[in-house]
Design a protein around this ligand. Structure first.
Ligand SMILES: Nc1ncnc2c1ncn2[C@@H]1O[C@H](COP(=O)(O)OP(=O)(O)OP(=O)(O)O)[C@@H](O)[C@H]1O
Ligand SMILES: [Mg+2]
Length: 511
């Protein structure tokens, strides 16, 4: 189960910050070597050179790509940037490559661990599909980082590993963990079932996310500040350089948000250069909590969905029944909720989660500070066996004509259960494809092929034989292929119906 045994370095390419760690701990890659992280900023300097990290921080907004990771989450290929010849659409992947190259360079200079024979393990948001994962991988490869898809793991899973790795007492009892990783761009959630004598076997029962986190709260606070300014007689729309004022306000919103994690109220001192006059307004933690409330409600809905999927993954109970479980039942049996990501410094996050879960559930930081958890877990993940039962790390292909033609029956990292299926209250939840969807030939002979990304061969059977190489009687009408969240596989072809399962899923049945 464990991925490659080469010395591993973790690289957490975050929406706001990028961090590097070795198995010995964080490698500071900030500009002045004492600072642990590099801002995930990249842009074009006045002379047309690409600059990344702190060097991009003071570029005019038009020359800068902020939160570039979102381009993968949102499926955007280009970003418009001012270069010396004028505004130009730049490929976002090329900018990501530059940023990763800079992080890798700094890591190698300061950490001794990135180099010949080492392996860089990347994290990615739980919500990313196979294509998005491969996109980041491609950008990292072009930055000359030694990365492979097999070692990429979901960010919240890495945060869970960072916490597990610091536990000195192992009861041997299985642990149920919910990871709540709220960063700048995404909220990533994972429900983990952890087993084994040293709690080294981590099964991912559910991993999902929503693209709403720190950046969105900054926008919401900025909108609130806009109203506060209007009350103070300042109309942003009437300001000469309105775009600049809006950028200023968003930056102020972010700084104020961060300061309000430790203080009850904060002054915002307006820049006379931007606003045409000097003024000061005050913003309180109470105001912030009010603006944050709807975001936290959506976050809690996502937690509920993750818990539902986890139950569907492991339980023989009807999905119909689980989909109707009230929240107070869904939250039962969780040992610990782990907080990861910079946004979890906000006291309101912990407060809401303590209210949501039972009093016997501990709510604690995956690591202190919480924005370090993902990268430290990425570096340590080689010691753990992780299996993602919700987004399995293998492709199933159906090939014929001596492999010259094929269809992807299941693409790695596709969720086995879609949110919409649960919302519709469907029973018999599973991933399924039929011969018509796949435009299969009417007849002929084919074979199933399995491509595993877990670093090991997938042990899966069907009709008492290996899934890989299983013969298929092609039929566009009859062919059907399903994978159930508990690991069962069912295939119908021109010759009949065959059942099987993925062996690794059995780990849960051992209890
Ligand atoms: N003290 C603080 N109080 C509140 N928010 C904070 C604090 N420190 C950082 N943040 C916020 O945390 C977010 C960044 O967190 P983090 O570095 O974990 O994100 P990321 O890993 O870059 O993003 P993602 O994981 O979403 O891609 C930003 O929105 C930042 O403003
Ligand atoms: Mg992060």
């Amino acid at each position: 189960m464990c991925a490659a045994r080469r010395p591993t370095v973790g690289l957490d390419f975050g929406t706001s910050t990028t961090l590097v760690a070795s198995t010995r701990g964080l490698i500071p890659i900030g500009n002045d070597t004492t600072f642990p992280w590099m801002p995930s900023l990249v842009g074009y300097a006045d002379d047309g050179t690409v600059v990344a990290g702190e060097n991009a921080q003071h570029l005019p907004d038009g020359q800068l790509a902020r939160s570039i990771k979102r381009s993968i989450t949102e499926g955007r290929d280009f970003v418009r940037i001012d270069v010396p010849t004028g505004a130009k659409d730049i490929r976002t992947d090329a900018l990501i490559t530059e940023l990763l190259r800079e992080a890798g360079r700094r890591g190698a200079r300061r950490g001794r661990d990135i180099g010949v024979g080492s392996l860089v393990r990347l994290g990615c948001p739980a919500m990313w599909d196979g294509r998005q994962r491969r996109r980041l991988l491609g950008a990292a490869q072009r930055a000359d980082l030694p990365v492979v898809l097999a070692t990429m793991i979901d960010e919240p899973v890495a945060a869970g590993i960072a916490w597990l790795d610091r536990q000195r007492v192992h009861t041997g009892r299985p642990l149920r963990i919910v990871v709540f990783d709220m960063g700048g761009g995404t909220l990533d959630l994972a429900v983990l079932d952890v087993r084994g004598a040293n709690h080294k076997d981590v099964s991912v029962l559910a991993a999902l996310g929503i693209a709403e986190a720190g950046d969105d709260l900054d926008e919401a606070i900025a909108a609130d500040l806009d109203i506060e300014l209007a009350k103070a007689g300042i109309d942003i729309d009437a300001i000469e350089n309105q775009p600049r004022a809006r950028v200023w306000l968003r930056d102020a919103a972010r700084t104020t948000k961060e300061l309000l994690s430790s203080n009850d109220e904060e002054p915002i001192v307006l820049s006379p250069q931007v606003f045409g006059r000097a003024a000061e307004i005050w913003y309180t933690r109470g105001q912030l909590n009010e603006v944050f409330m709807p975001h936290m409600e959506r976050a809690e809905d996502a937690v509920g969905l993750a818990l539902m999927i986890a139950r569907i993954t492991e339980s023989a109970k009807s999905a119909y029944e689980i989909a109707r479980m009230p929240m107070d039942l869904l939250v039962q049996g969780v040992d610990v909720v782990l907080l990861s990501g910079g946004m979890c410094r906000i006291p309101y996050v912990r407060q809401r989660l303590e209210w949501l879960f039972e009093s016997s559930t501990k709510v604690e930081l995956a690591m202190d500070p919480p924005e370090n958890a993902v990268v430290v877990g990425l570096a340590r993940a080689g010691d753990y066996g992780t299996i993602n039962m919700y987004r399995p790390a293998f492709d199933v292909l159906l090939e014929w004509n001596r492999g010259q033609e094929f269809r992807t029956v299941y693409e790695a990292f596709t969720p086995l259960v879609e949110r919409s299926q649960i919302a519709r209250g469907e029973d018999d939840l599973r991933y399924t494809r039929n011969g018509r969807d796949l435009s299969l030939p009417r007849n002929g002979k084919g074979k199933l092929r399995v491509v595993s990304y877990s670093g090991e061969r997938l042990r899966a059977t069907i009709g008492s034989r290996n899934l890989d190489g299983f013969p298929v009687a092609l039929s566009d009408e009859k062919f059907g292929f399903s994978i159930y969240p508990d690991g069962r596989i069912r295939m119908t072809d021109g010759a009949g119906t065959f059942e099987g399962r993925v062996d690794d899923w059995h780990r849960l049945d051992a209890e």
